[in-house]
Design a protein around this ligand. Structure first.
Ligand code: URP
Ligand code: ZN
Ligand code: ZN
Length: 474
């Protein structure tokens, strides 16, 4: 009799703690045994000494998020989770974004409609709180946290999203009271607007000037302010998409002072520089417009160091997919517009894992365990999905990636998103998933995607487990 639905044999299993050789036995989409010479399964996959990691948890991606017309995100829950699976990510946490004036409940219901029956890998939602009314703060957020939406993002920039310091304090207080994780986009909106107007007055509107309007000091100041506001409320925060030295220094300072400040970075701050937004006024640079903007080689080195020494807890894609051609993406209405009107964000949900595995692990910059921690285990812990997600352990979901270590030059035709470019084209990759299992089902076999809309289920998140749970206020 076969005990297992599936056995992955002779795996070089990598977790955040260590690396060891084992077979992995799977029943009903869960890992039920890890050991040597397991009994036969109904299906067998020979990993033959290849590295097997937990499926990635991409804790920062934007899918099908409504945009002002005519702009539209290229990836919805079908194509976005297809790309995720082919790149070794088996859990995504996109955002249910509240429009100003909208109830959070309505935003969450809208996102469930968008995702229901569409996703190929599991998903949870962060909330984006853009309108923290008394009802939102006192009723909706506490109830939604109880129901499994245990994290929310707030913005210090973007006119339609930004909160002032008082509003930020109010939201942080809800996070403290109810044990939720508050993610902060830290850039000083007024500085950006002031610089943007001056650049426009001087006729400097090409994509590359996006980076001039957002120098690192605007991120540094907002990072420091976010840390101070969190210190005042005494609540952990997660600073997202940290781009370089000045913000990293603020985070190191906060940690040295005992503050519970977590941080995330993304592939664009390791593999792109401001030069990718253009060295002349070509519009092609619009493809790499994101906020904060990529910096320079020295800052890339700072980010690599901070990934290794623990400043960063989470490595996410910040996948924000807009097509380059057409009227709904980087050229709104079909026109080459001034940089302030270029939709911010770049695609990266499929390339996140392979870029870090290639340059980090195989490039000798980080251990395999640190790779697993940053791409899977820590994001699962930060958002209350661990140990079901983000690890290889008995009882965990059988979300696994078998890695194929082979060198190739990345082109957009290799990818499965609905975007017409990748900002990482031309990068030499040294690895790509040979197989992705999503709750025990083959979702990607190294050649072909195995679709099953609805395979991906909604995950209600628990409390973050990166820290011992803070005592709730009376
Ligand atoms: O430019 C970016 N990062 N776009 C996505 C939205 C966000 O702020 O994360
Ligand atoms: Zn952001
Ligand atoms: Zn984002």
């Amino acid at each position: 009799m076969n005990n297992f639905d599936l056995v992955v044999r002779r795996a070089r299993v990598a977790t955040a703690a260590d690396t060891f050789d084992a077979d992995i036995g799977i029943v009903d989409g869960r890992i039920v045994q890890i050991g040597l010479q397991l009994a036969a399964g109904r299906q067998e996959i020979d990993a033959a000494g290849r590295v097997v990691t937990p499926g990635g948890v991409d804790a920062h991606c934007h899918l099908d998020q409504p945009m002002p017309a005519p702009i539209r995100m290229a990836d919805d829950f079908d194509t976005g989770t297809r790309a995720a699976a082919c790149g070794g990510t088996t859990t995504v946490i996109p955002f249910a974004a509240q429009q100003k004036g909208q109830s959070l409940r309505a935003a969450v219901a809208d996102y469930h409609r968008r995702a229901e029956g569409q996703a190929h890998v599991d998903y949870a939602f962060h909330l984006i709180v853009s309108d923290p009314t008394p009802t939102v703060l006192e009723e909706e957020l506490p109830a939604l946290i109880r129901e499994g939406y245990t994290s929310f993002k707030i913005y210090m920039t973007y006119d339609d999203l930004k909160l002032n310091d008082g509003q930020i304090l109010d939201v942080l207080e809800v996070g403290r009271r109810h044990g939720a994780m508050v993610m902060i986009h830290a850039e000083n909106a007024d500085c950006i607007e002031w610089l943007t107007k001056r650049l426009e007055a001087a006729g400097r509107t090409a994509p590359r000037f996006h980076a001039h309007a957002r120098p690192m000091l605007v991120e540094r100041e907002a990072t420091h302010r976010a840390i101070s506001l969190a210190e005042l409320v005494d609540v952990p925060i997660l600073l997202v998409h940290v781009s370089g030295r000045e913000a990293v220094e603020q985070i190191r300072w906060a940690r040295a002072h005992g503050l519970k400040v977590f941080a995330e970075t993304c592939p664009q701050y390791l593999f792109l520089t401001a030069a990718d937004l253009g060295i002349d006024d070509s519009y092609l640079g619009a493809r790499c417009v994101c906020s904060p903007p990529p910096r320079d080689k020295q800052n890339q080195a700072v980010i690599w160091d901070a990934l290794n020494d623990g400043v960063f807890t989470v490595f996410s894609s910040d996948h924000a997919p807009f097509r380059y051609e057409g009227a709904d993406g980087k050229k709104p209405g079909g026109a080459e517009v001034a940089f302030r009107h270029i939709p911010n964000g770049i695609p990266g949900i499929e390339t996140r894992m392979a870029l870090l595995y290639s340059e980090g692990v195989l490039g000798g910059r980080m251990t395999l365990s640190r790779f697993v921690e940053l791409t899977a285990t820590n994001p699962a812990k930060a958002f209350g999905l661990h140990p079901r997600k983000g690890t290889i352990a008995v009882g965990a979901d059988a979300d696994l990636v078998i890695w194929d270590e082979r060198e190739f030059v990345l082109e957009n035709r290799h990818l499965h998103h609905a975007v017409d470019y990748t900002p990482f084209a031309g990068q030499t990759l040294r690895a790509w998933p040979a197989l992705t299992l999503a709750r025990g089902e083959v979702a990607w076999d190294g050649q072909d995607f195995h679709p099953r809309r609805g395979r991906g289920r909604f995950l209600a998140c628990g409390a973050p487990t990166l820290l011992p749970r803070a005592k709730a206020d009376a």
